[in-house]
Structures are given as C-alpha cells and as structure tokens.
Design a binder for this molecule. Structure first.
Ligand SMILES: [Fe+2]
Length: 501
C-alpha cells in the first residue's frame, strides 16, 4: 500500500511517500519512507506553498497513492481563521477539492497540526519514551504543546492556544528589525550575536509578555495579538545597532521562555529524553539550552511544517522509523565526485556539489552543497559574495566526527541543530560567529559522499573540515536537478560537480 503524507496550502509545501506492507500472516506491518521533498525544489519557487505536477510525477514512480494523510485539520483551521477575523474560508481549506486540482483522488485522512509535529519528532527519534515539546507560530488553534511519548503512544499533556504564540511573536520581531517574517527568523537569530541583550531585555519582556504567565511553566500570555506584526513597537529605535540589540533581546526572551517550558515539561513528564519540534526548533542557539534539562535531545532534521508530511503519516500509523539520514529527495545518479571536488577546493578554495538524493529540510548536508576551504581570512567574504548575503553572517563547518573534540566544545550532531564553541577561531574565521560559536555538522563513518570527501581532504591537507552552505541561487530554493546545477555554475562562475552520469 502506498501512502502519501502531504503538508501544503499554507507555506513551504512538502510530500512524503511511504510503502506500508504486511509482514507475514500476523498483524505486523512495515513502514518504509521512499521519498520526501519540499515542493519548492521542483517548482523553483522558494517556500512554494503549493504542490506541482513535477513533484507529483516524481513521487508517482513508487506507485499511485492508495491513501493520503493530510497534516492538519482544515475545518478547525477555518474556525480559527474565522475567529481571527479573516472571514469564513472553508472553500480555500477544502482539501478534497484542492487535491483534485492535482488529479489526486485517493481517500484522505487528517491529523491535527501539532500531532503531526509531535509524531514527526517522536516516531523518528531513537527513544522508546520521551517528553515531546512542539513550538511554532500556529497550528489550527495550538501554538505550543507538550506530549508524553511511550511505546507507540503519544499523549498530549499541555496545549497553549492562539493568539498566545511565542513563535508568532518571534516572527513579529523578525519583521520589526526589517526582515521577512516566516522566512528570515534564522537571520534574526544570527543578528543576536552582535547585540547587547541586556539593553532591551526587560523592555521586550514587559511590553509583549504578560507577567501573570511568567514562571516555570509553558503558559505564555501575550499582551498583543501579533498576527499583523508589531512594526509599531518602539519607533524611537531606528539605528543598525538598535536592530542588533532588539534581535539579542528577542533571542534571550525566547530562550528564557523555552527554559521555563522545559523545566515544567521535565517536572510533569518523567523522561530524560527530549524531542523538540515545530518551526522554533530550528533555533540552534536556543536548542543548545535543552541539554541543561535533558540527558538526550532529538530534533527531527526538518522540524517545521514541511517535516509534517512525514509526521502526519507516522501519527496515523503510530509507527517508529529510524531516520539516520535526510537524503530522500530527487536523485542525481552517479558516483560522488570526490577527486574533482578536492582538486577544485585545493585550486580555487570553492566548489559546488550536486549528487545523489537531495536533502529533505532547510539545510544542505553535502549532496546539494557549496563547499569551501575554511582556512584563510577572505573565504567568508568570497562565499558571502556568491550567496549575496549580509556580510556579518558566518557559515557552518562540516567535520569528520573523530576530529570534533579537537576543534569544538559542546553538543553537536549530524544536522547542524546546536551551537558549539570553536577552539581555534583564528584558524577558521569563516565558520565562527561573532560570539565564538559554530553550527557544526558532524559526519560519522556513515559511508556518505561527504564523508569520503572529508577523509580525502584531510589526507591531502591535514584539515578535517570544510565550510558547507546550501547550493542555491539568491532568492531561489536549493538546486534540485542537473539543470539547476548548471544554472548555478553559470550564474556565479563556480564549478559544480555532479558525478559521472
Ligand atoms: Fe507548525
């Protein structure tokens, strides 16, 4: 049986294909993830909210779907939109009609928005028991939920409802500093390192968060409904340094609320394992604080709404599955071009790679990456020029796991979800942030292409790491296929290696 999980019709659509098979004569079934991708990779439209024919045709190579699981409950969402003064839009949320527009007519089942988040995290985690915390802007009505996972069951133990949403507030502050809400939150997080958090911490806390809710609990009460942002807040703050200070205070207030939530969750659910999910789980600076309260932490590598294409299916099937990589997207066949990449990196310092199956999630881990030699003082500016990003923004390193301790301090994993302190910032200035931290991708002996490349790079240069950023043209999604790779190479005059086809 082929099951499709779909998250779409809102922002950053995604589709996952599962094969669900009976094992033997008993009631046991196996569930195998065959494919998962963001819609944007096939349409070329960044954060594309909708499905497209190319994506559906590609997903159909595993067979037509026998059932569809949708990642949220459209009627409840419509109710919330109505209550928020957005009118009665059920026609827009009529998913049967929406999918029929793409010739998808299989029966549809629905899972609630936060249940999809919780399931995406819990059932892909290595834990048989866990406390699951989901924080995002908004689901149907929920903005923060806490769950207890045990065996194959997920039980909700706390729910925070709209409009009191810490995710919505973080997006509003993103807009307040002049960035794009629901898109540039990670830039606000990066800006925080350049600001003084103490200057505006109390102002931000007092102006936005109701004091009654503050304490060791997840109850957030906002003083304002922030659905339309907060551009009106403190018009006297206008300089660039003001923006950095707002960012620093916002980040600190978010961390403070996250810590309060985790303390409460720890007291009310006995597990030492934490699963953190929802769009806010992309905040790697704050994520590191979770280790203060939990022995083990798992964040599914695509914790936002796109990851719910996987989560809604797991919620419905109540099945654990191991997620030891995220290479589940479009396939560029051919051998990983290790030698070509090493030669180019040695000669020019920068090379692109597009090979194998594309990553599912917002980050590139070596199959759709722009790589660079992290040594030397000019490399950050050179790569920033290609990516056309703000110059203050650092890049992430990818390192062989056995060399991690020599170069970094702190918890890190394969998915750049936490921040570590770099021990030698002078040697690797391109991959260290203003506060001395790095967002590290650690590569174990997993047989991946990036592992083979790093081993060869280390053998030749003695350097165990590379700079790794996603391979995408400014304003466009990550490179997906050979045509995209060629377009990138021509536009930026950077060689992109795709392996021998
Ligand atoms: Fe969400």
């Amino acid at each position: 049986m082929i099951t499709w999980g779909i998250s779409a019709n809102s922002h950053d659509a995604a589709l996952a294909v599962f094969e669900y098979k009976r094992k033997g004569l008993g009631p046991n079934h196996s569930l195998e993830l065959k494919f998962a991708s963001h819609s944007e990779r096939f349409s070329g439209i960044k954060n594309d909210a909708h499905l497209n024919k190319e994506l559906i045709d590609y997903a159909s190579q595993w067979g037509e779907p026998d059932e569809i699981i949708w990642y949220e409950k459209p009627f409840v969402k419509t109710l919330r939109q109505f209550r928020a003064g957005q009118g009665w839009n059920y026609r827009e949320n009529d998913i049967k009609r929406y999918l029929k527009g793409y010739s998808i007519t299989a029966p549809i089942k629905y899972t609630s928005h936060h249940h999809s988040h919780a399931a995406a995290g819990y059932y892909t985690s290595p834990f048989s028991d866990a406390t699951v915390v989901c924080i995002d802007s908004i689901g149907e009505f929920e903005a923060l939920t806490v769950w207890e996972g045990k065996g194959n069951k997920l039980k909700k133990i706390y729910s925070q409802g709209y409009p009191h949403s810490i995710g919505l507030w973080y997006s509003a502050m993103t807009q307040r500093v002049g960035l794009e809400p629901n898109e540039d939150e990670y830039i606000l997080m990066g800006m925080a390192a350049y600001g003084d958090p103490s200057r505006l911490f109390m102002d931000v806390l007092n102006d936005f968060i109701d004091k009654e809710g503050i304490g060791y609990n997840p109850k957030i009460k906002l003083n304002h409904n922030l659905h339309r942002g907060c551009r009106w807040w403190r018009p006297d703050l206008t300089t660039e340094q003001d923006m950095f200070d707002i960012a620093a205070a916002t980040q600190k207030v978010y961390e403070y609320i996250l810590c309060n939530t985790l303390v409460w969750a720890g007291r009310n659910s006995p597990s030492k394992n934490l699963v953190l999910m929802g769009g806010c789980a992309l905040n790697c600076s704050a994520n590191s604080t979770a280790y203060r309260f939990y022995d083990n932490v798992w964040i599914m590598p695509n914790p936002g709404d796109a990851g719910s294409a996987i989560g809604c299916v797991l919620a419905h099937k109540k099945k654990h599955m191991s997620m030891d990589h995220v290479y589940t997207g479009y396939n560029i066949e051919g051998e990983y071009p290790v030698e070509e990449l090493v030669n180019e990196l040695n000669t020019t310092g920068i090379a692109g790679v597009a090979n194998g199956r594309a990553e599912f999630g917002p980050r590139a881990f070596g199959n759709r990456s722009l790589l660079a030699d992290p040594r030397g003082s000019d490399i950050k500016d050179r790569v920033n020029d290609i990516k056309q990003r703000q110059r203050f923004r650092p890049f992430a390193p990818v390192i062989l796991s056995e060399h991690y301790d020599k170069h970094f301090d702190g918890r890190a994993n394969e998915y750049m979800q936490f921040t570590s302190t770099c021990k030698h910032p002078d040697l690797y200035p391109a991959i260290v942030h203003a506060d001395g931290t790095s967002r590290v991708q650690v590569v174990p002996k997993d047989g991946s292409g990036i592992r083979a490349l790093l081993e060869r790079w280390f053998e030749l240069t003695g350097c165990p790491m590379l700079l790794n950023t996603s391979l995408n043209i400014k304003g466009k999604p990550m490179v997906n296929n050979l045509t995209d790779a060629k377009e990138f190479a021509i536009m930026y005059n950077v060689k992109v290696f795709t392996g021998k086809q």
